[in-house]
Design a protein around this ligand. Sequence first.
Ligand SMILES: Nc1ncnc2c1ncn2[C@@H]1O[C@H](COP(=O)(O)OP(=O)(O)OP(=O)(O)O)[C@@H](O)[C@H]1O
Length: 753
Amino acid sequence: MAVSSSSAQTRPAGTPDHEPAVTDVVAQQIAVEQAHVDRVFAELEKAGVRADSVKAEGLARTQFGRSVETGDAEGAGLFERDALMFHAARRRSMLDTQYEGLVFGRLDIDHDLKPDLGRAATSADREVRYIGRLGVRDDDYEPLVIDWRAPAASPFYRATPVEPMGVIRRRVLRSKGARVIGVEDDLMVPEAPDDLVVVGDGALMAALTRSRGERMRDIVATIQAHQDEAIRASARGVTEITGGPGTGKTVVALHRAAYLLYSERRRFESGGILVVGPSGAYTAYIERVLPSLGEESVTLRALGDVVDAVDTERLDSPEVARIKGSTRIRTLLANAARGRVPEGPTEFRAFVAGRAVRLEARVLDRIRSQVLRQHQRNLAAAAAQAALGEAAWSSLGITGDRDAKAEFLDRWEDHLDVEAFMAAWWPQVDPREVLLWLADPDLVRRHARGSLDDREAELLAASYATALETGTWSVADIALIDDLAARLGPVQDAPKEERGFYEIEELDDLSQYGVTEVQPVSGSRETRAEVVAEDPRGRLLAGRVGKPDEYAHVLVDEAQDLSPMQWRMIGRRGRHASWTVVGDAAQASWTDLEEAAAARDEAFGTQARQRFHMDTNYRNAREIFDYAADVVRRQVPDADIPNAVRETGHEVVEGALGPDAAGSVSRSLEELLEQVAGSVAVVTPQRYAAELAPLASSDGGRVQVVDPMSTKGLEYDAVVVVDPHEITRESPGGVRVLYVALTRAAHRMTVLS
Ligand SMILES: Nc1ncnc2c1ncn2[C@@H]1O[C@H](COP(=O)(O)OP(=O)(O)OP(=O)(O)O)[C@@H](O)[C@H]1O
C-alpha cells in the first residue's frame, strides 16, 4: 500500500514527531471517515422514525420524482423514501454478508482548480462531498451523503487527471456494515496539497483482485468513466452495449437499471423494468446487485421462465433448438393453432327444433377457418357456435321462412346437444396442449409442409414425445408457448353458473355417503400437487398461461444468444418500452445471426439507437484472457477482443485428461482450491457430466460442476475446463461457446484435453 503524502495536521494526537508508520496513517484516515459514517447512520436512525410516520400517512411514495438535490417538499419525499429503503436494506444486510457500505466515496473538490497549475487550494477553500447508495441530509438540510446517481455525484465517476472536474482527490471507502475497514485514493492533480493524505494502490485494482463469491457484487464504488457514460445514457430508445468477455457489460447494464429508476422513477417504477438473462443460474448470480443498490422493483427472468406458469432449464440438442428457434416454425404453429383438435368430433348430428341436422367434416373445417380469420380461438366460442347455427340452418335448405329460422337459431343457442358438441369441437385450448399435439409426427408433417423437411419434422415430434415422458419443457419451447398463446388468446374460465351446478351435484353425491366436509371441485392443493407429480402431462400443463405483462424498459443480457422466436417473445413484453441490450457476437450460441438481427429489429421498432462499446476486460487475468483470445481468433477473426488490465504471473495450466477423467479433474481441482479463496468451477461437456457431478460436493460448496452453456454471464475465481475439443463439438455455437468457458476464470485456469 502506498502513502504518498502526510503532515503533522493529519497525525493522530500523541504521535511521536517522526514520519508515522503507514498503518498509522491508514488507521487515522479510516477514523476520520468513520466519524462521518457514524454521523450518517445516526441521522438515518432519526430519519427512520420520521419516515415511518410519513409512511403511515401514505405520503412517501407520492412525492418521488426529482433529484435528491432539490431543497423543496419533493426532495423531502425522496429523502424519506431513502430512509425507508435504508431500513429495508439494513434488514437485508443482516442476511447478506456481501453488503458493502452505505457511504463508499468521498471527493475533495476545489472549484477553482486549474489542473495545469498543479497545486490545489488549502482545506478552507475545499468542498468535501460524500457519495453513497442513497442521499442523506442533516437537520439543516445539508447533504451528508449524495446518492451515486445524482448529478452532483457524477465527478466521482467522470473525473480524470486530464479532466479533473475540480476533484483533487477521489477516495473509495471500504466498509463492513457500518464499519469502515479501508480507504483507497486516486489523485487527480500532479501533487497533493500538504494537508491531504493519499493512500492505497487504487480502488479498482483492489476490487478486481478480491475473490469471487457465489453472487455478483455491485461496482458502485469503482465504476469507470466510460462505463458511467453508458449507465447514465438517455432513457429513450434502444441502448446497445457491446464488448468482449468480462468488460462489465452485465454489471453496467444493471447499474443502468438502477439509474433509470432513480432518474425517472415515476415512469419506470409504475411501468416496470424487465431484466432477461440466459439461465436460472445467471439470474441467481445477479439477483443481489439491484437490491444492494436499493432497487427491489425490477423483474428478473431467465429465458426459460419468461412465460408465467412455466419454468425450465432443460436444453434441446443444438439441432432441435435451431428448428424451434427459427421463425420458420411459425407456419407449423399457425396451422396447428388453426387446425382441428385431435380426437375432436368430425361431424355434427342432432335434432334441433324438430329437424335433423348433419354437418360434415368439410363444413366444420370451413366454418373453423372463417371464424379464426377474425377471432382468437379461445375468444371465439360464441362466434363459432353462431356460425355453426347459420350453417346448420342453411344445410336444411329452407328459404324465405324468417320466423322458422329465428326459432331454429333460438333453440340452437341453448340446445344441450349443441352445447356438448361445442365443448368437444371448440374447447378452450391451452397453448401448451397445442405443442403436445406435435408429438404426432404425421400431424407435424401435415402442418409443416413447405417449411420443415421430413427429418426436421421427425426430430421435432420426438422432442415432444420426450416432453411427455419427462414432464418437462425445454427452454426453446417457452417462446413457442408464448407464440401460440398470442394466436389462441387467453384461456377463458367456464361460465360461473355451470361450475356452481357441478359443485352442488358433487355435494349431493358425497352427502349420500355421509361425507360432511366437502372440497371444492378444483381439489385441495395437496391432491392437485400429487396428481401433477405422478403425471408428466399434468406437470407440463400445471398453472395458467396468462397474458404477457408489458414493461416500460426491457434489459436483455447475453443478447447474442436469443433466437428469433425468443426475440419475438421478449418483444411482446416491450411493445412500448425503451431497451438496453447487452451482448458480444463472439460468444453467440445462436448461429444464424442475420435472422436473429431481423427479429430483434422488429422488437425494437423504429426507435433511435445509441451504442456504447466496452473494451477493457476486468474479469480475467491477462494470462487467462490471452489464452482464450488465441483460441477464438483462430476461428472468429473478427471477434471483439478487449484488453485485460490485470496480470497475476500465473499462466494457464494445460494437462491431459487421461482415461480416468474424474481422477485427473479432481487432482487439478485440489490444486486450484489451494490457490484461490473463492469459487471454483469444473466446466464439462455432456460426455463427462455424470462422472464429474460428485465433485461438486467437495470443499464446502466452493466447487460447481457446470455445462458450458450454463456458465454464460457467470464467473469464478478458478476454472477447470474439461475437454475443449468436445465442448466445441457438442455446443450449438461451437468455438464461441468454448470461448465463453475459457473466459469465466478471474485468477487461475487449468485446461484438460
Ligand atoms: N468498474 C468496475 N469495478 C470493479 N469491477 C468491475 C468493474 N467493471 C467490471 N467489473 C467486474 O468485472 C467482471 C466482469 O463483469 P461482467 O460480468 O459485467 O462482464 P460482461 O462483459 O458481462 O462479461 P461476459 O460477456 O463475459 O459475460 C465482474 O466481476 C465485474 O464486477
